[in-house]
Design a protein around this ligand. Structure first.
Ligand code: F6P
Length: 545
């Protein structure tokens, strides 16, 4: 399929040419209803997309494009468990993980919902037993240090949510996340914890990932060396749990069946925080809060599935992204949470978006001749204002950005107005800019000479017209965070549909893994024959020497 040849794309290209001189600032001045027209409220969330380079016609054309890509039937295929991950012959059912009712969803003839609910109940029982002190360590002490060992989807989601919801945490539980195969990661973590009170969660869909298994074996060795007063089988059984689809490998590691939590191949790694991969979250914030997180995501699922595209937040977010990437040449997308607790949110979104849609072939294997996933980046505001915002305001790239904030601060309300005023001011400044008349007027008011004004004015002009979405949420709660994450998951899905790519595989990470295995052997063998390019040989030899 050639997306660019679609009538809808041609119409959007021609519409984009007509908007070359479109000014958001002017549009706001002329149309007092612009915010009312281009904003949506959903439960506690306000999605304001009025500060974009759009008119009603833009949206109508984008919705037509979504229809021509059969978005409606593809959303149904997602929710109903069709094998939409065609390169791995798998359904994609992270939405089933947060379905609270028992309406069946079949995968290979089997209803998955009872399995999902059973696993949640198993997690609940485990969390209660750890919190109540029913499950103790091998020396009889309470388990209070929880170390999640995992990487990618088995780390980023749980680590991000645990930090984001740390206000709600069980005060007796300390959470740690070890992901990197760089030994400094696990060694520094081990130096902070007590073996007698530590529970390691080995989280790995495959249970073969090099980083995770290496760290898991290091953790096992450390426990066995440091808990000499207990028997080794008891140490493993009381201080380790596993979360995986590979039950056999978990058992081989020595983890007993009742301490293995399952999930299934129809849950993608980067979509897995809702499954038992979320055990570290549940241990930190408790099961009631974990269920609220799921409920918030489920509410967003319903909104996404049942709302017309022109009022559908994830669909609009996705279409606006497509608008900038494919019609305005934007190559990146910035996410700026104005909330300290969401510091890790951009990192989480990087995997979600770029591992899903960083693809160059379509579903049928044909190459795309258009851009796909943006480079996702960002950092928490207001810190980001003092680092990279200069480039967004006055640099040469077009960088659409999402601003996210909570109206009510969880800790300190005195400073909240300062935080929010910065959010609002930045999106206003990006939209309206500052023209030369305004700059000159300002400089004159400072009594500068004409010569100085002439020299300075060009540096002080802001072009403005920079697009932003504002996502304003009443309060950071487990429920609202669940909705926010699901909103981005569905945005990524919709963009994959428009680009006609499979958002649910990740073959691009395999080649490096294969080569690393070969090079690891060579690093460990004296005088091995090195069959690589001269750069790689040079690097290996430098290390060996
Ligand atoms: O390397 C990519 C990847 O496969 C991710 O998609 C996944 O989230 C991560 O590695 C970890 O995989 P696993 O959970 O199997 O250890």
């Amino acid at each position: 399929m050639n997306l660019t040849e679609l009538q809808e794309c041609k119409a959007l290209s021609s519409h984009q040419r007509n908007l070359q001189n479109f000014s958001m600032r002017q549009s706001f001045e002329e149309d007092k209803e612009r915010f009312a027209k281009f904003s949506i409220k959903f439960e506690d969330i306000l999605f304001d997309y009025s500060k974009n380079l759009i008119t009603q016609e833009t949206l109508d054309l984008l919705v037509k494009l979504a229809n021509s890509m059969e978005l409606g039937s593809k959303i149904e295929a997602l929710f109903s468990g069709k094998e939409i991950n065609i390169t791995e012959n798998r359904a994609v059912l992270h939405t089933a993980l947060r379905q609270s009712n028992s309406e069946p969803i079949f995968v290979s003839g089997e209803d998955v919902i009872p399995k999902v609910h059973n696993e949640l109940n198993k997690i609940e029982a485990f969390v209660k037993n750890v919190h109540s002190g029913n499950f103790l360590g091998a020396t009889g002490k309470r388990l209070t240090d929880i170390v999640n060992i995992g990487i990618g989807g088995s780390d980023l989601g749980p680590a991000m949510v645990t930090e984001a919801l740390s206000y709600y945490k069980n005060k007796d539980i300390n959470s740690y996340f070890v992901s990197n195969v760089d030994g400094s990661d696990i060694i520094t973590t081990l130096s902070k914890i007590n073996p007698e009170t530590t529970l390691f969660i080995v989280a790995s869909k495959t249970f073969t990932t090099q980083e995770t298994m290496t760290n898991a074996f290091t953790a096992k060795k450390w426990l066995l060396e440091n808990l000499t007063q207990a028997k080794s089988a008891e140490i493993i059984s009381k201080h380790f749990v596993a979360i995986s689809t590979n039950i056999k490998a978990c058992a081989e590691f020595g983890i007993s069946e009742d301490r293995i939590f399952q999930f299934w191949d129809w849950v993608g790694g980067r979509y897995s925080l809702w499954s038992s991969i979320g055990l570290s979250i549940a241990l930190s914030i408790g099961m009631d809060n974990f269920r609220k997180l799921l409920a918030g995501a489920e509410a967003m699922d319903k909104h996404f599935r049942n709302t017309s595209f022109d009022k559908n937040i994830p669909v609009l977010m996705a279409l606006l992204g497509v608008w900038y990437i494919n019609f305005w040449g934007a190559s990146s997308h910035c996410v700026v949470p104005y909330d300290y607790y969401l510091t890790k949110f951009p990192l989480f979104l990087q995997q979600l978006d770029m591992e899903s849609n960083g693809k160059e072939v379509q579903i049928d294997g044909e190459k795309v001749n258009y851009s796909t996933a943006p480079i996702v980046w960002g950092a928490a505001g207001t810190n980001a204002q003092h680092s990279f915002f200069q480039l967004i305001h006055q640099g040469t790239h077009l960088i659409p950005a999402d601003f996210i904030a909570f109206v009510n601060n969880l800790n300190q309300s005195d400073q909240q107005d300062i935080l929010l005023s910065n959010f609002f001011a930045q999106t206003e400044a990006l939209m309206r800019g500052k023209n030369s008349d305004e700059v000159i007027k300002e400089l004159k008011a400072e009594n500068l000479s004409d010569d100085k004004i002439e020299k300075l004015q060009h540096h002080k002009i802001f072009k403005g017209n920079k697009p932003t979405n504002s996502i304003l949420i009443k309060k950071l709660t487990p429920y609202n965070l669940g909705s926010l994450i699901a909103m981005y998951e569905h945005k990524v899905f919709v963009q994959g549909v428009i680009w006609n790519i499979n958002s649910f595989d990740q073959w691009g990470v395999e080649l490096g893994k294969q080569l690393a295995k070969k090079i690891l052997k060579e690093l460990n063998t004296k005088d091995s024959e090195l069959n690589h390019d001269s750069s790689t040989v040079g690097l290996i030899n430098f290390c060996k020497a």
